[in-house]
Design a protein around this ligand. Structure first.
Ligand code: COA
Length: 175
């Protein structure tokens, strides 16, 4: 099992992984390619195959990350170095072996203990990163009901769990 920075040869596998389990077809090669060589874009490789992917980014527009939920924005420190955990996914056949935990730990150390926040999708049981975050020193800051609701109406996407406009809560974590 190898943990390393995302490189060009990982792009196809990583896009498939993301679309299969997390991004519901919205992950694109072009957008992932922007993160090649990024210190906080990591993959886990087993037998030449990418089985895990995680991405954290420095925040550019916090309003966009938090979909203009100002009560959430005000809970975060004003810090130019603030980063966000954007995506983490592990292939179903490789789960519960600590891969996600190692990806998170590695990103935290590569970001040299800069402040990082993460949004966890509360509802679906299979999409649970709360424990991984808490195990790695993140603290729950607030829960926001209907976090994606207005955005899903505006951008016309359906939630795979709600079956329409998304009513799932999101949990804001900060480290
Ligand atoms: C969430 C996900 C990344 C976990 O990957 P993983 O490699 O199996 O996780 P790990 O083995 O590192 O588990 C780390 C900790 O999280 C816990 N955990 C893992 N999956 C969990 C789940 N579905 N529900 C509750 N806890 C879970 C483990 O028990 C472990 O805690 P412990 O060490 O205290 O026992 C993986 O299930 C996945 O890819 N899901 C689909 C994509 C996704 O949901 N991404 C996050 C979006 S918010």
């Amino acid at each position: 099992m190898i943990f390393r920075i995302l490189s060009k040869k990982d792009i196809t596998d990583s896009v498939i992984l993301l679309n299969q389990y997390l991004s519901f077809g919205l992950a694109k090669k072009e957008s992932l390619e922007r993160h090649i060589g990024n210190n906080s874009a990591l993959v886990c490789e087993v037998d030449g195959k990418v089985v895990g992917f995680a991405l954290a980014l420095q925040i550019e527009k916090i309003e966009e990350e938090l979909l203009n939920h100002h009560d959430m924005i005000s809970k975060l420190p004003f810090d130019k170095e603030l980063s966000i955990f954007k995506q983490i996914v592990v292939d179903k056949g490789y789960r519960n072996k600590g891969i996600a935990d190692k990806l998170v730990k590695s990103i935290i150390s590569r970001l040299q203990n800069r402040r990082i926040f993460a949004l966890a999708w509360k509802k679906p049981v299979d999409y649970c990163i709360e424990r991984i975050l808490v195990n790695n020193g993140f603290k729950e800051i607030m829960i926001k009901e209907f976090f994606w609701y207005e955005d899903s109406l505006l951008n016309n996407y359906g939630c795979p769990y709600c079956g329409g406009a998304c009513k799932c809560p999101a949990v804001l974590f900060l480290k």
